[in-house]
Every structure is written in structure tokens, then in C-alpha cells.
Design a protein around this ligand. Structure first.
Ligand SMILES: Cc1cc2nc3c(=O)[nH]c(=O)nc-3n(C[C@H](O)[C@H](O)[C@H](O)COP(=O)(O)OP(=O)(O)OC[C@H]3O[C@@H](n4cnc5c(N)ncnc54)[C@H](O)[C@@H]3O)c2cc1C
Ligand code: FES
Length: 472
């Protein structure tokens, strides 16, 4: 596996900053992905003193590794919502993402972020998917989207039915983040990279925040951490971590025109992208619950073979993986928890549609913090039982599937070779005791409970865990 294909030259130039230890700010935003940066921007624009504390670097997790499609046609999500709940929930969800779509266009125009207009397609790669595609078409029409339907498409891969929504957007997610960073900094926000938040303590009208760079206090804390750190169970259990794979290919000859998402299982997503002046093919899919797949490298190999079959001569240049969280209630979570004071907030769970979801969630969060009436809602699921049913394939109790796990008494021990040295770690996840499994494609230990991930030597890479695996 490699780094994502996205052009490194467009990576955000974050002005070097130290955490102002012992300071007090209006809002501390934890995490510099799309959710954190959009929320920080909205708050900083109203004159609030805002700091973004990022454990790694801007966009280090999903936001810098996505496929870069900004579209309100999102596979068959609208019909799934209409069926699990009601057409009104689907309408609210669509309205929120339309708002997010406009925000993305506004930011691109204000910050000169390059983007391309492209049609979005939901397609059936098999006969079994045709009914789902037809249903998505009906629901889109009912919601007033200008969609058209196709029995097939002139593509190199099989299409048995498709819905098309014209005039959506594709872009380089790393350029998008760079534009956001400059907007946050120009609005007066401070971004501190390499600063992991490890503790929160509410006292009176303040939240005291422990970080690896020191302690400070805030009126409000926003956990824009994909899965809520330091909320030890309630909210994390509403989110199912889901990892999937993306590959980039050089190919002489025509590339697909449009952004394609299949309704089949395993799913496929395809589009072309301009990287370093060259047009490349992106192919993704083979997602699974984090920590549950044995042989993750085989999933990458499978994407490569699928592409070779349909695009002969395609040469794979990059392969990478990232994860997003699927809420069991099916709509993104925007929630406030902690004490009665309502000072600790979380947003996430975009089911891989956060480019338009995050700006909408940021609007909700910032309205909440600023004491304004909330105008954006992703919909209120009313029949949660049915939604849970619809999500049961994602939400099933994780099986203990392990790579090179050795039991030492009752303690599960992991062994890996790091820089030629054997390293042993205790595989009990420091978040809430899940047992991590080996991810051979990325050489990481992944927790199947809530998606925390650790390097081969145990260093925490992604939350909700905030500390490393114990070295043995
Ligand atoms: C393979 C893939 C393809 C995708 N493609 C698309 C697409 O085409 N279109 C679309 O709309 N969406 C897409 N998505 C979804 C989208 O990328 C995500 O929904 C979105 O980026 C989530 O943003 P976020 O800011 O909430 O989370 P993240 O980007 O995960 O950011 C969370 C940040 O919090 C930081 N953090 C965590 N813990 C701490 C801590 N303790 N202290 C400080 N910082 C911390 C992390 O380091 C990270 O930078 C895709 C997702 C995946 C996985
Ligand atoms: S991520 Fe919660 S127990 Fe591992």
C-alpha cells in the first residue's frame, strides 16, 4: 500500500504553531479533517477564538484519502432512507447535503480550489442490483432531483441499469483541505498539528482539555475525530467503522466520464482524476468492517485484477485505504454530550459521504455553539428498529479474526517485525478492551469494536483510542 495518489504539492501549508498552554479559548476543535476545519471556519468567522488540535497532520485520516466526489446522488442512500424511515427523512438528508454541496462550491470559488463538473451515476453491475437502481431513480424523482435513467452505459465495465444526476463535482480532497486551512487561518483560527487530545474535564462553565502539548480550557469542545474520543461507549457504539480501498492507475486510452458508484456487493466506485497534470483512473471498493477482514492485501489484489479485466493495460501506481463510520441510525450524528452544560459536541458518521456531509454538520454544530436556531438537520430517524435491521450486516458483533496473534495466558499478544526488530504488543485496545487484529495490507493492528488503529509497534493512528497499545 502507498500514500494516496493526491498531489503532495497541494498539501496544506499549516503555519507552524505551538499550543498556547494554559490559555482559554471560545472553542477547541479536536481533529483537522473536513468536520473540524469547517466547524473552526464558521466559528472563527464570527470572531470566536478558535484552536484546532490535530493529533497527526491536516487530513491525515479519511479527509485526505477520499475519492473526492461531491455529489448529492450517493449510491442508493436516498431510497435506503426512504425505505427504512420515510420520504421526509430522505428529504431532510438531501437538503443537508445540498447545503454542503453549495458550501463546497462557495469555498472552491473563494479559495480558487480547482474542481471539475461531472455527472454522478449510481449503477448496477449485476442483474441483482437493477431493482435497487430503479428504486433510487423513483425516490430521486419524488424528491425533485433532475435524474435520468439508463438501461446500460457505454462503459468498459458492465452496467445493467443506472441513474444519472448531472453537474456534480469532483476534486482533489487535499487541495480542498489546503483551501480550508487558509480560510481558517485568515479568519483568525489557530491550527496545531501533532497535538493529541487525551482528556476532558468539565468544571463550571469551562471544559479543561489535556493534550500531549499541555492543558488549556475552552467554553466549548468539538470532537471532530470521526469517532468520538473520550466518550467511552454510548456514542461509539452507534457508529460502525468501515474501511475500504482505493487504487490509482495509469492507462492509455479513454477513461470513464463521470463518477460511478455501484449498488452491488462488493461495491465499486470509479472516476478519473487529474494528478500532476495527468489524467488517471481511480477504482475503489471491497469495504469491510474495520478489523474484520482476514487478508486485506487480497482485497487490494482483487481490485487490481478487476481493473485489469475491464481496463486492459491499466498500470496500478497507488493503492491506499481509509475508513469512515456508518451510523446504525443511518444518518450522520450531530450530538452534544458531557454534563448538562452542553459544552462537548461531536459530529461524524457520514457513511463515506462527508465531503458534503461535513460542511452541513459544521453548520449545525456552530449554530448550536453560537446559540442560534439550527437550520440544518440530516433527518430524524423515527423507526430505529427497521434502520438497525437495514444496517445489521454492518453492525454485527465482530468475530475474533486474527492474523499473527499469540495467546500468552489470557493476554492476547501481537508480534510484528518493525525495522528488522521483533516488537510485541498487548492487543487489548486501550479504548474499551476490544482485541485488535492484524491488517496485512497496511501492517497495522485494527480494533473491530470501534475502529481504533495502531501501527505495527503499537502507536495509535486513529481513534477513538487516545493512547498506544501496551508494549510487552
Ligand atoms: C475510501 C473512502 C473514500 C471516500 N470518498 C468520499 C467521496 O468521494 N465523497 C464524499 O463525500 N466522502 C467520501 N468519503 C468520506 C469522507 O472522506 C469522510 O466522511 C470525511 O472525510 C470525514 O471527515 P472527518 O473530519 O469527520 O473525519 P477525519 O477526516 O477522519 O478526521 C478526523 C481527524 O481527527 C484527528 N483525531 C483523532 N483523534 C484525535 C485526538 N485524540 N486528538 C486530536 N486529533 C484527533 C485525526 O487524526 C483526524 O485527522 C470517503 C471515505 C473513505 C474512507
Ligand atoms: S476502538 Fe473501542 S475498544 Fe477498540
Amino acid at each position: 500500500m502507498s500514500a494516496p495518489v493526491w498531489n503532495d504539492d497541494t498539501r496544506a501549508a499549516v503555519p507552524s504553531a505551538q499550543l498556547p498552554v494554559a490559555d482559554h479559548v471560545n472553542a477547541l476543535v479536536v481533529g483537522a479533517g473536513l468536520t473540524g476545519l469547517f466547524t473552526a471556519l464558521r466559528l472563527a468567522e464570527t470572531g470566536r477564538k478558535v484552536i484546532v488540535a490535530e493529533a497527526r497532520s491536516v487530513g491525515a485520516c479519511a479527509s485526505g484519502a477520499s475519492t473526492g466526489k461531491a455529489t448529492v446522488l450517493q449510491g442508493n442512500r436516498l431510497s435506503l432512507l426512504a425505505e427504512a424511515f420515510s420520504i421526509d427523512v430522505a428529504r431532510d438528508y438531501l437538503r443537508a447535503h445540498r447545503y454542503g454541496f453549495e458550501e463546497i462550491l462557495g469555498l472552491c470559488s473563494a479559495r480558487r480550489i480547482p474542481f471539475e463538473r461531472a455527472g454522478a451515476f449510481t449503477f448496477a453491475g449485476t442483474e441483482q442490483g437493477v431493482k435497487k437502481v430503479r428504486r433510487e431513480f423513483e425516490v430521486c424523482r419524488e424528491l425533485g432531483l433532475p435524474v435520468s435513467t439508463h438501461d446500460t452505459l457505454h462503459t468498459d465495465f458492465p452496467v445493467h441499469a443506472a441513474v444519472e444526476l448531472p453537474d456534480q463535482v469532483q476534486l482533489d480532497p487535499v487541495s480542498l483541505l489546503a483551501g480550508l486551512v487558509s480560510a481558517v487561518v485568515d479568519a483568525g483560527g489557530l491550527i496545531v498539528e501533532g497535538c493529541r487530545v487525551t482528556g476532558l474535564d468539565e468544571a463550571g462553565d469551562r471544559v479543561f482539555v489535556e493534550t500531549t502539548a499541555g492543558r488549556l480550557s475552552a467554553d466549548h469542545v468539538v470532537l471532530a475525530t470521526a469517532s468520538p474520543i473520550l466518550d467511552h461507549v454510548p456514542t461509539t457504539t452507534e457508529l460502525v467503522p468501515h474501511r475500504s480501498y482505493l487504487c490509482a492507475f495509469d492507462l492509455d486510452g479513454p477513461l470513464p466520464e463521470g463518477m460511478f458508484v455501484s449498488v452491488d456487493s462488493p461495491s465499486r466506485t470509479l472516476r478519473s482524476a487529474i494528478v500532476n497534470g495527468r489524467r488517471v483512473l481511480l477504482v475503489g471498493g471491497n469495504g469491510h468492517r474495520t478489523g474484520e477482514a482476514i487478508g486485506t492485501q487480497e482485497l487490494v489484489d482483487d481490485l487490481e485484477s478487476w481493473t485489469a479485466k475491464h481496463f486492459p493495460g491499466a498500470r496500478m501506481t497507488h493503492a491506499w485505504s481509509a475508513q469512515d463510520h456508518h451510523p446504525i441510525g443511518m444518518v450522520p450524528l450531530v450530538t452534544t454530550f458531557g454534563s448538562d452544560q452542553g459544552r462537548v459536541h461531536f459530529a461524524g458518521g457520514y457513511s463515506k459521504w462527508g465531503i458534503t456531509g461535513a460542511p452541513a454538520a459544521a453548520r449545525s454544530l456552530s449554530d448550536r455553539i453560537l446559540g442560534r436556531a439550527e437550520t440544518i438537520s440530516f433527518g430524524t430517524p423515527t423507526k430505529l428498529g427497521e434502520a438497525k435491521n437495514a444496517m445489521k450486516s454492518h453492525a454485527k458483533t465482530p468475530a475474533m479474526m486474527v492474523g499473527n496473534l499469540v495467546r500468552e495466558g489470557l493476554r492476547p499478544k501481537g508480534e510484528a517485525i518493525v525495522d528488522g526488530q521483533e516488537v510485541e504488543v498487548c492487543l487489548v485496545c486501550p479504548h474499551a478492551g476490544g482485541i485488535c487484529t492484524w491488517n496485512d495490507a497496511e501492517s497495522t493492528w485494527d480494533c473491530p469494536l470501534h475502529g481504533s488503529r495502531f501501527s505495527a509497534s503499537g502507536t495509535v493512528l486513529e481513534g477513538p483510542a487516545t493512547s498506544d497499545l501496551k508494549r510487552l
